[in-house]
Design a protein around this ligand. Structure first.
Ligand SMILES: *Cc1c(COP(=O)(O)O)cnc(C)c1O
Length: 338
C-alpha cells in the first residue's frame, strides 16, 4: 500500500531510533529532562524567541497559544478552513471561550485588507477582536505559503491595534525551505508560534510552542490543566532534535515528488483541476459525475491511500516514507485508473 493520507504517518528512521535510545531523560514536569530542555532552547534560538515548551501535539500547542493570548468572550480572526477552527474539535470555544471571525483569504492566505475590514468596533455589542491567527503553510489551501512582506505588514497592523498574533506553523519548515526566509523574522512577527515535529520532519510525537518568557510560563500552567505534562519524554524530544538536524533540507525532495504527482494528475481525464503544488500537499478536484467516495474506493483497491477533502476533492501528502520507487508506482497506478 502507498500511503499518501498524511505526512504524520512516517515511522522513525533507524538513525532517529538510535538517537532516541541514547537520550538522557528526567521528569519534565519538574523541568528536569535535559533532552527536552535542549529541544526547547534549540527551537527558541532558531526563531529568536525567548522561550519554548514541548507538547504532545500541534493541537495542544495551538490551543495553549490561543489561550495564553486571550480572555474569554474575545474573538479570533482566521481563515475559514483554519486547523484551529475546523480540525481541533471546537477546542477554542471550550478551552478559551472565544468566538471566530472567519475569512476566505487567497487559498487561505489572509490579506491585510481583509483583516482590517474584520475588526469589530469598540462597542459592547461585539466581541473584542483579540487575535489574528495565520496558518503557514495552509493545509486547506493545498500547502501554499505566505510572503514575508505580507506577514510583516499584518504583524505591524496587529501590533498597532492591540491585537495578538499566533502562527500555526505545523508545516512552517515546508515554507522556510522554499522561501529561504530567516526563521527569526517569524519570531519577530508573532507573539506565539506553534511548530510540529511530527509532520514532514518525521518525528513520532511532538510539537513546540514558542513565545516570550511570560507567555511560556503561563503556557506551562495551561499545559498542566490540559493534561499535557509529560515525564521522561526526552526519548521523544531526542527524535525531534534529530529531525531538526537532519530532516529539514530534505523537505525539498517531498515538494519535488508532490509536484511530479500534481503534473501527472493534470493530464488525467477524471481530474477537473489541481491546485498549484507549492510544497508537499496535492489537492485535486474530480471531473463531473465523480465523487470522492467512489474514487477513494477505487484508489484504495489499486493500492493508494488518500484523504477525501470535500465532495469532489482528494488530498495527497508526500513525506519521508514516500520514495522515488513509490512515486513511479503512484504515477503508473494513476495513469491506469479508469
Ligand atoms: C496537523 C496540523 C496541526 C496539528 O495537528 P496534531 O495532529 O494535533 O499534531 C495543526 N495545524 C495544521 C495546519 C496541521 O496540519
Amino acid at each position: 500500500m502507498i500511503d499518501l493520507r498524511s505526512d504524520t504517518l512516517t515511522k522513525p528512521t533507524p538513525a532517529m531510533l538510535d538517537a532516541m535510545m541514547s537520550a538522557e531523560v528526567g521528569d519534565d514536569v519538574f523541568g528536569e529532562d535535559p533532552t527536552i530542555n535542549t529541544l526547547e532552547r534549540k527551537c527558541a534560538e532558531l526563531f529568536g524567541m525567548d522561550a519554548a515548551i514541548y507538547c504532545p501535539s500541534g493541537t495542544m500547542t495551538n490551543q495553549i497559544g490561543i489561550r495564553v493570548l486571550s480572555n474569554p468572550y474575545e474573538e479570533v480572526i482566521c481563515y475559514e478552513g483554519a486547523h484551529i477552527y475546523k480540525y481541533e474539535g471546537g477546542g477554542v470555544a471550550g478551552n478559551s471561550g472565544l468566538s471566530f471571525k472567519l475569512l476566505k483569504g487567497d487559498r487561505g492566505r489572509l490579506s491585510l485588507d481583509e483583516i482590517m475590514g474584520s475588526i469589530n468596533p469598540d462597542d459592547v455589542h461585539f466581541p473584542k477582536s483579540a487575535i489574528i491567527e495565520l496558518e503557514n503553510t495552509v493545509n486547506k489551501g493545498g500547502g501554499c505559503f505566505y510572503k514575508m512582506e505580507d506577514i510583516k505588514s499584518i504583524s505591524e497592523f496587529g501590533r498597532k491595534n492591540d491585537l495578538k498574533l499566533h502562527l500555526d506553523g505545523a508545516r512552517l519548515f515546508n515554507a522556510l525551505v522554499e522561501t529561504g526566509d530567516d526563521p527569526k523574522a517569524y519570531g519577530q512577527c508573532f507573539d506565539t508560534i506553534s511548530i510540529c515535529l511530527s509532520k514532514g520532519l518525521g518525528a513520532p510525537v511532538g510539537s513546540v510552542l514558542l513565545g516570550s518568557q511570560a507567555y511560556i510560563k503561563q503556557a506551562r500552567r495551561v499545559r498542566k490543566h490540559f493534561g499535557g505534562g509529560m515525564r521522561q519524554a526526552g526519548y521523544l524530544a531526542a527524535a525531534c532534535i534529530y529531525a531538526l538536524d537532519h530532516h529539514v533540507e530534505r523537505l525539498k525532495e517531498d515538494h519535488a515528488r508532490a509536484k511530479t504527482v500534481g503534473d501527472a494528475l493534470e493530464e488525467l481525464s477524471f481530474v477537473e483541476s489541481v491546485l498549484p503544488v507549492d510544497t508537499n500537499i496535492v489537492i485535486f478536484k474530480l471531473a463531473v459525475n465523480r465523487t470522492s467516495d467512489e474514487f477513494m474506493n477505487r484508489l484504495e483497491e489499486a493500492g493508494i491511500k488518500a484523504v477525501p477533502f470535500g465532495p469532489k476533492e482528494i488530498r495527497f501528502v508526500t513525506h519521508l516514507d514516500f520514495d522515488d520507487d513509490m512515486l513511479e508506482e503512484t504515477i503508473s497506478i494513476l495513469k491506469h485508473l479508469k
